[in-house]
Design a protein around this ligand. Structure first.
Ligand code: CTP
Length: 204
């Protein structure tokens, strides 16, 4: 039987304003890499679209490295998957202009003009989509909104103000939120255990 192709986005994106300066965020990519590993274990063909991160590629995973949100969007489209799991912390905005040479401070002024980046998850036509909602407010309400707006099978909500969940750490506390509003709260788990639970949920 042909394997289903599962595409995972991971890590941050960088939005350059010149060759040495960019807008970004502290995502390390751990959650996405754990999902790629768990998906291979479960028998999927896995394409991992990674922003700039310092992690080893899990065994048997096809990795595509990207820098910006627009590169990530193209790599996801090119991967032509059956399932998309979007864990990447995509920069929602990029500088309106990117200089080919290093800007001098006198050329920069006090205001940076920005333009919106594409919403990769929302725009993707991959048939089954799972998103993440890393929030500092009410994670369930936000996850439900994202589920409906981006047409997700479910959204993984987490409160990144907790010290053992979110950016950089190896554990996570998450809640699966479905478009009908039903929720499944998981205990504190390693990111790999959360990843295996997400893959098991897709199998259902
Ligand atoms: N996402 C994406 N492309 C973007 C922004 C977000 O693919 N340009 C994906 C993320 O990978 C995540 C989900 O959408 O799976 C939610 O991302 P998040 O940053 O929490 O929310 P936003 O959609 O940016 O919404 P808001 O800023 O209103 O919270």
């Amino acid at each position: 039987m042909k394997k289903q192709r599962l595409v995972v986005t991971a890590g941050p994106t960088r939005e350059h304003l010149d060759p040495v300066r960019f807008l970004s965020n502290p995502s390390t990519g751990k959650m996405g890499f754990a999902i790629a590993k768990a998906a291979v274990e479960a028998g999927y063909e896995v394409v991992l679209v990674a922003g700039p991160v310092a992690l080893k590629t899990p065994k048997d995973v096809k990795r595509v490295d990207v820098v910006s949100a627009r590169e990530m969007e193209k790599a996801v489209t090119d991967a032509a998957g059956d399932i998309l799991i979007a864990t990447a912390a995509v920069a929602d905005w990029r500088p309106a202009h990117c200089s080919m040479r290093k800007l001098k401070k006198g050329e920069m002024g006090g205001t940076l003009a920005l333009v919106r980046n594409p919403d990769i998850l929302k725009g993707s036509t991959i048939p089954l989509k799972i998103g993440f909602a890393a929030e500092t407010g009410d994670p369930v309400a936000e996850a439900l909104r994202k589920c409906r707006e981006k047409k997700l099978a479910f959204c993984v909500a987490n409160d990144v103000t907790q010290k053992d969940a979110g950016f950089g750490v190896s554990t996570n506390r998450v809640i699966f939120v479905k478009p009908d509003g039903s929720c499944t709260k998981l205990p504190k788990l390693s990111k790999l255990s959360v990843a295996r639970r997400i893959i098991a949920e897709i199998g259902k």
